[in-house]
Every structure is written in structure tokens, then in C-alpha cells.
Design a protein around this ligand. Structure first.
Ligand code: ADP
Ligand code: ZN
Length: 727
């Protein structure tokens, strides 16, 4: 009997064998999707091994293996390279291979739908069209616009229609007249917009980066905000395209991807496929297939784009490499940077990690010589970076959290016609609703958390479980008067609106901007100079280029100084540097004020006086002293259950089952920082080792025991390798 091994999307860390019907025996190959019976359902799995002969004529009755129901792909949908990447990811993050593969596939393909194999519809100018162009009469506006648009090269028909809404008739006439023709591929990128002449520093760094193209190797491009990193990404891409290769560009946020994709599109035309959760599933599947077929030569996307197949991958660019959102926080908890590096190694591609504020992990790799370290330490326009002024607010009268100094600065910049930005990484109106009479604080019914006041929508919300309720008219405990304590972005916005009624003030946070499109629209208004003051969370800090911004006020970063997570300070330093980097890019140096109750904090002082590199070096020494990443490797076992006792019992048993090893230390178990969330008690056990290999050996031996424990107790548990947060 013939059989084959299939990865099935179920939460079990094993593969399943299926019998192969005679008719399929010669067709099945690794990477094809098949329909298979599983329990009482049918699932879509992926073949992961060759068809083998089991050596028996009939299935042994002891374990009946069921036959594959149907073969869905005539040729492998997943290449050997992509399968290998999925296997590595499954092994490294200790996740079921079937679920890793499911995560790597866009929805329609995951559900077994047939990819629409529609030839890409391109349009291009013929020789006759080119000759005609100068003679097209001015009154034939649509025809002129159409031919002019196609002059530089082929374009995708759908995008021509989108950009020239009245072109349908003109396209038909031009096709009839033989001025344009359909071509198979609208997607061969070509350089449209001319590249900028590089500064001497850019040219020097580019030359160094170019020597790395054509083989595996990792470069850290540490460049201050506005130093022209993106221009270098574009140049490197040009080099790779000319050599026939593909380029994968990763960005941390959906909000940023359209901007980055737009810059690549402006330079390279329609061959740029974007890939992020803001796109429809069908479109994502189309781009996935186009990249896999080698048609899309450039893919710009978020985290999950790291799994888009690219047979001719030669370059991976990871922008803002320090950003925590490269790490997935649930399900398959992978880090896109680390997966990208493994992928590039297997493909023989170069990697460029770009950031103004590299992560400590990456800095250590650079210091140890594993990565090349290239620096762009000056802005393109040579505007000096703004100095950050530490403002001691210990005795200041704060109104709605704002010191008079910050309010005066906003007023001054408004008068001069400049834009200002106020940064506060807390959304809502106020983080606490307190009864002035009895001190009662409104709690979340499901979490160990307080409800946040959202005044605009007249309700209270929990930022951890999503619980919302109307704001009560009076204290539910004593009927007293409730007052909002502390501030979120809504409150800052309100306070500024009251103080500066003439100014256009816009709030930028995830409450206000639910979609990437809304953010893009707002950013366009900011670019056009129509917005005077921006108030926002970290959404604002990332990657955006605001030419008119001359002032930034950091309202409150003090929490991070005493945060419970070991990365809290690193993140604070990155955010502060990124926010400050937005300022003064238009040629004049800007002004940045950071309000703090801890002006003597040595690391905060170091950051503002000597900048991020010195700050990072000091943090690095601390991490080394306390044996924390990047000087140790961590894995976190998290457990959730209805009662606290169950959680701790599970964790204690798990700890006892850990294979004894001097190289792996188990810390805990302990309740999570937020011990109850969404109605569940939560606890965790931290594993730590100086050796990655030792940690993985320990985890591999341990995992089957944890799985059994999970089945016995039915508690939710997860294992997070290289956790981003420890709560
Ligand atoms: P970064 O990605 O490092 O923040 P960008 O690549 O976005 O920097 O460059 C910042 C600004 O400078 C952009 O508006 C970009 O168009 C411009 N720029 C970059 N390189 C040059 C150059 N060589 N000459 C002129 N302008 C440049
Ligand atoms: Zn809650």
C-alpha cells in the first residue's frame, strides 16, 4: 500500500499518514494541497513527504489509515524552500507544522480554493503609439493622458483604469488603432521616478551595501531619522532587479506599509505587490501567487509577508528592525526578523536591517561581527537633530498633564506657523475614574485592571479584554461624584482645543483611526500643512515624514522608567528618539521637550545628553550584568485557567517535569503581571539559558509532557520562544 505524510492544520505537534489511492500515486508531491478526512471532518492539508510504500498490501487493522480524498493542486503550491522555512519555524517556535503552513497561506488558499490563474493584464505602448503620441490633439485629453502614462513602459490595466477614471473608451480606441497592446505582464518594474543624487555619505554606505548583494550576509543600517535610508533601499532594489532578482521589504505597521509601498511604486511602477492585513484576502492571495510565480518582483508587507514565496529572492530589507510588532503575540509566536534571516540564509540573499534605534539584539550581533554595521549619522539636509530638553515638572502646576512650558511652546510654534506634536502613549481620556467622596475606582469586571474613561464615546473601556460600559452617573459604591484621574490622548486633545480654539488639532491613535486609509488621509492633511497640532500615541512615532514639524512635547514617559518588563526602557529610548527624529526636518532645527518627574534618572539623562547609541550601550551593560537577552535566551510558558490554584498547580507540575540541566534555569512559577485577564487567572514560568541550543534541547524534551498536562487539565497554555514581553 502507498502512503504519504500530510501536515494538517490542527493544534497537534505531529504529522499524519494517509493512504494514497492508486490514481494519485504518481501525482502527489510535497507542497501540494490535499483534502483529507480528519476525525469526523474534512481538512485541507499539505503533503510534506514523498509517497512511500508501506510494505503492506492492506492497512493493518490496528491503526486504519484513511485515504487522501482529493488532490487540489496539479503542481506544488508551496515550494521546497517555503516548506523548509515552515519546518524551521515550526521547530524553532515549537508550533505544529500544519498550523505554521496554514499561517503562511493567504485565506483563500488555506481554505482550499483554487487560485484564480488569470494572466496579469498589462498594457503597453506600441511603436505606432509612440510615434503618434506627439501628434495626439490636445482636445483628446483622455487619449493623451493614456499614451503619456504608458510612455515609460508597461502598466497594469487595472491600475491604469484606477488612475485615469475616464480612460475606458480611450483604451478601447487605442487598442483598435494599434497604439497600445495587451501584454502578458503588467508587472515588470522599471525605474520611473529618477533616483535622487546621493550625498557623499549615502554613496559611501551604498557602495558598502552593494558589495553584500548576491550572497547571504546581514548588514545593520543604523541611520538617524531623515538620513536617507529609504533612498538606499530603493537603490539596492534597483541593483537587484537589474540582476533579475526579487526583493522583500518588511515594515512593522500596516499604517506604514502603504507609505513605503507608495515610495517603491513611485520608483518602480506596478511590479510592487503589497501584502498586509489591510488588503482583502483575495488580493493578498493574488499577490502571494504573483510573487511565487516570480511576476511580482518586489513585495512590500508587514510581518506575515515573510512567508510570501519568492523563488528569486536576493534581498530582504527590514525597516525599523527594532519594532516590537515584528514579533507575533499570539498563536504562532514568531519573530519576522529572525524568520527573514533564516529565509535569506537558505536563499543566499542579502539582508539589510534598517533603524535609527536598533534593538539590543541586533546591536550585539553587530558588535560581535556577525552583522556588518553601517552608519548614516547625519540627516540628508544636514539639519542638526533637535536637542531634547528635560523638563523637571516635580513642582510645576500641571493642567490636564501639561506644564505651562509645553503649552507656551505650542503657542509659540503656532504663531510662527509651525506644526507641533504631543506624544502620550495612552489612549482614552483618563486611565482612572475615581470617586472623590469614597475613593472607589471603577474596575474591569474581568481583569485586574481599571476602566479607562473614553469621554468622546461617553463610556468606560478595558484596554485588556475589550469590556465596555456606560459611564455611571455617580459612584456605584456611595453615589458620590467621580473624577477622571490622569490623562490620555483624548484629554490632551480637549485641553489644547480649549486653549487654542483657532488651531486644527488632530488626535492620532487606534481609537480614532481604525483603518490604514483613515491614517493615510490624515497624514496627507498633515503634509499639506493643514494640521497645526498632532496629539498621538506611538502610531505617530513611526516612520512618518512630517516636513513642517518643529516642536514635539513628550507628555509622560515616566512609567517606562519603572516598567515591569525588562524591555520597557529600551522601548522608551526608541520611542523618544523616534518622536524627536520627526522634528526639524524642514531645514530648521526643532525643539523637543520631555516632561518628567525623574530628571535625575541616569539612563534618561544619558539618552537626552548623549543620544541613543550611548543609551543603548548602557542598557547593554545592564543586560549583561543581569544575564538578560541578548546575553541569555528566554522561553515563557504561559497558562490560563478559571481559578488561580489550577494555574499554579499546572506550572509547578510543569516545572517538576523539566528535564534536569545545569544549562537551563526555571524562574517561577509566578502570577502574570496582570494576574486576571478576561476572566482568566494567568501565571507563567520563565526558562532561561545562556545557550540557545541548550534551551531548545530542554524545550524539545519537555514539550510532550506539557502537551499531556494540557490535555489532562484542559487549561490554555502557550510556549513563547524569545518572548517580546514577559507579561
Ligand atoms: P529615513 O528613511 O532615513 O528616515 P528618507 O530616506 O525617508 O530617510 O529620507 C528623508 C528625506 O530626505 C526624504 O524626503 C527623502 O526624499 C530625502 N532624501 C533622501 N536622500 C536624498 C538625497 N540624496 N538628496 C535629496 N533628498 C534626499
Ligand atoms: Zn478587562
Amino acid at each position: 500500500m502507498k502512503q504519504v505524510t500530510v501536515a494538517v492544520p490542527v493544534p497537534l505537534r505531529r504529522l499524519f499518514d494517509y493512504a494514497v489511492p492508486e490514481a494519485l500515486a504518481s501525482q502527489l508531491q510535497p507542497g501540494q494541497r490535499v483534502k483529507v478526512p480528519f476525525a469526523r471532518r474534512e481538512l485541507i492539508g499539505v503533503v510534506v513527504g514523498a509517497v512511500v510504500d508501506s510494505g503492506r498490501d492492506e492497512p493493518a487493522p490496528a491503526y486504519e489509515i484513511k485515504p487522501v480524498t482529493a488532490l487540489l493542486d496539479p503542481a506544488p503550491l508551496l515550494s521546497a524552500a517555503l516548506l523548509a522555512l515552515c519546518r524551521w519555524t515550526a521547530d524553532y517556535y515549537l508550533h505544529p507544522l500544519g498550523e505554521v503552513i496554514a499561517a503562511a497561506l493567504p485565506g483563500p488558499l488555506r481554505r482550499g480554493e483554487q487560485p484564480a490563474i488569470r494572466p496579469p493584464e498589462g498594457l503597453q505602448l506600441t511603436a505606432a503609439g509612440r510615434a503618434t503620441l506627439p501628434d495626439v490633439p490636445a482636445r483628446s485629453q483622455a487619449m493623451r493622458a493614456l499614451l503619456t502614462m504608458l510612455e515609460p513602459g508597461a502598466s497594469n490595466a487595472a491600475s491604469v483604469r484606477a488612475r485615469l477614471p475616464n480612460a475606458a473608451a480611450a483604451i478601447k480606441r487605442a487598442l483598435d488603432a494599434g497604439w497600445i497592446e495587451r501584454c502578458a505582464d503588467g508587472g515588470i518594474p522599471r525605474t520611473l521616478e529618477p533616483s535622487l543624487p546621493l550625498t557623499a555619505l549615502q554613496a559611501e554606505v551604498l557602495a558598502a551595501l552593494e558589495t553584500g548583494i548576491g550572497r547571504f550576509g546581514i548588514s545593520l543600517l543604523e541611520g538617524v531619522t531623515g538620513s536617507g535610508k529609504t533612498e538606499l533601499y530603493l537603490r539596492l532594489t534597483e541593483t537587484v532587479l537589474a540582476a533579475g532578482g526579487q526583493v522583500l521589504v518588511l515594515a512593522p505597521e500596516i499604517g506604514l506599509t502603504p507609505q513605503l509601498a507608495a515610495r517603491f511604486k513611485a520608483r518602480f511602477g506596478d511590479g510592487v505587490a503589497s501584502f498586509h492585513s489591510g488588503l482583502g484576502e483575495a488580493e493578498r492571495a493574488r499577490h502571494w501567487l504573483a510573487a511565487g510565480a516570480g511576476e511580482a518582483r518586489i513585495v512590500v508587507g508587514t510581518r506575515s509577508a515573510v512567508f510570501v514565496p519568492m523563488p528569486r529572492l536576493q534581498l530582504v530589507i527590514l525597516d525599523e528592525e527594532h519594532d516590537g510588532s515584528y514579533k507575533q503575540q499570539d498563536g504562532l509566536r514568531y519573530h519576522a526578523r529572525d524568520v527573514a534571516i533564516v529565509r535569506a540564509r537558505d536563499a543566499g540573499a542579502a539582508v539589510v536591517l534598517g533603524s535609527a534605534t536598533p534593538s539590543l539584539e541586533t546591536l550585539r550581533n553587530a558588535k560581535d561581527g556577525r552583522y556588518r554595521h553601517l552608519k548614516l549619522d547625519r540627516r540628508v539636509h544636514d539639519t542638526p537633530p533637535p536637542r531634547i530638553h528635560l523638563l523637571d515638572v516635580r513642582h510645576a502646576v500641571l493642567e490636564n498633564g501639561l506644564s505651562p512650558t509645553i503649552v507656551d511652546a505650542v503657542a509659540r510654534h503656532l504663531e510662527q506657523g509651525h506644526q507641533s506634536l504631543l506624544f502620550l502613549n495612552r489612549r482614552g481620556y483618563a486611565p482612572v475614574l475615581l470617586c472623590h467622596d469614597c475613593g472607589f475606582v471603577m474596575p474591569c469586571p474581568n481583569c485586574d485592571a481599571r476602566l479607562v474613561v473614553h469621554r468622546a464615546r461617553k463610556r468606560l473601556a478595558c484596554h485588556h479584554c475589550g469590556h465596555v460600559e456606560p459611564q455611571p452617573p455617580a459612584c456605584p459604591d456611595c453615589g458620590g461624584r467621580q473624577v477622571p484621574i490622569g490623562q490620555g490622548t483624548e484629554r490632551i486633545e480637549d485641553a489644547l482645543a480649549l486653549r487654542f480654539p483657532e488651531a486644527r488639532i488632530e488626535r492620532v491613535d487606534s481609537d480614532r483611526l481604525k483603518s490604514g486609509a483613515a491614517l493615510a488621509k490624515l497624514l496627507a492633511d498633515v503634509q499639506a500643512g493643514e494640521v497645526d497640532v498632532l496629539v498621538g500615541t506611538q502610531v505617530l512615532a513611526k516612520g512618518h515624514d512630517f516636513a513642517g514639524l518643529q516642536f514635539a512635547g513628550l507628555v509622560d514617559v515616566d512609567q517606562a522608567l519603572f516598567g515591569s518588563d525588562f524591555r520597557a526602557l529600551e522601548r522608551m529610548g526608541q520611542l523618544v528618539t523616534q518622536v524627536a527624529g520627526r522634528v526639524g526636518r524642514g531645514g530648521e532645527p526643532g525643539e523637543v521637550i520631555l516632561q518628567t518627574h525623574h530628571p535625575e534618572h541616569p539612563l534618561l539623562k544619558l539618552l537626552v545628553e548623549r543620544g541613543y547609541p550611548a543609551f543603548a550601550a548602557a542598557l547593554m551593560a545592564e543586560r549583561q550584568q543581569f544575564l538578560l537577552p541578548p546575553f541569555a535566551h528566554l522561553a515563557l510558558l504561559r497558562v490560563e485557567a478559571r481559578t488561580d490554584g489550577d494555574v499554579m498547580a499546572f506550572l509547578r507540575k510543569a516545572k517538576a517535569l523539566l528535564p534536569a540541566s545545569a544549562a537551563v534555569e526555571a524562574l517561577g512559577p509566578a502570577p502574570a503581571t496582570m494576574a486576571r485577564r478576561a476572566g482568566f487567572q494567568r501565571g507563567q514560568l520563565l526558562l532561561k539559558s545562556h545557550s540557545r541550543a541548550a534551551l531548545h534541547r530542554g524545550l524539545d524534551g519537555w514539550l510532550p509532557d506539557i502537551e499531556i498536562l494540557g490535555q489532562q487539565t484542559r487549561h490554555r497554555w502557550s510556549l513563547d520562544v524569545d518572548p517580546g514581553d514577559l507579561f
